[in-house]
Design a protein around this ligand. Sequence first.
Ligand code: NAP
Length: 246
Amino acid sequence: MTRILLLGGTTEASQLAKTLAETGADAVFSYAGRTANPVSQPLPTRVGGFGGADGLAAYLKSENITHVVDATHPFAAQMSTNAVHACEAAGVKLCALERPAWQAGEGDTWVHAGTIDEAVNALPDAAARVFLAIGKQNLTQFAVKPQHHYLLRLVDAPETNLPLPHTTVEIARGPFDAAGDTALMQRHGITDVVAKNSGGAGAAAKLTAARTLGLPVIMIGRPQVPKRPILSSVAEVMAWLSHPSA
Ligand code: NAP
């Protein structure tokens, strides 16, 4: 019997959850619990960490999970690494549902950064107005450049003081569109954009807007995760789940 653990957090995870529910699959959806009001899912849902790779392996065994689909964000490298090790230990099949990384196109001015710290270094020294579109994690690393004004777009209002002295916080949940993001950047006089290379259409709006406005983008590359099969659509995951040798 197939029993699936779907590690969520992305739009693609929600799309897969819908398809699994429609097909009557036996599946559990898992959230890290980072946002106050996560999108509700049409599957039984659990929230919170498992306790590292060992905790996840124990969960997989106690819940009789046969297949794990890792549809976490491409920057959730700890969870993805844990999933590789736990599935190996528990003898459970694993695949990742991951959107392709964005590529720079005609009219884009991208500076590539391998890490968050490289992105910080790539920012100018003179005071700038930066759209820091990286979510709420890793903001502290930008505190070494306090001269900039940072526009942050977050899902929930921050609960603690921000580590940056000059900020504007925009509370919003994607997907976003290019016209809206262009207007947002114009309204805030943005001069530089910092983004994680998440991929996907909804989050790409800021890149289209940056191109339209002729703004440079510091693009942070994806962290390394141990090798696992990577599928890029819900249909591919459904085929993987139903394949007898999967
Ligand atoms: P992370 O650094 O890879 O994960 C840290 C820990 O959070 C994991 O070791 C695990 O705790 C727990 N965790 C993460 N995802 C989980 C899930 N789906 N279900 C249960 N526990 C989970 O991940 P993160 O960067 O904090 O991201 C957390 C969540 O936010 C993910 O679901 C991700 O898809 C989403 N997200 C992340 C980003 C980003 O830029 N990182 C952006 C948008 C959304 P234990 O070790 O205790 O199991």
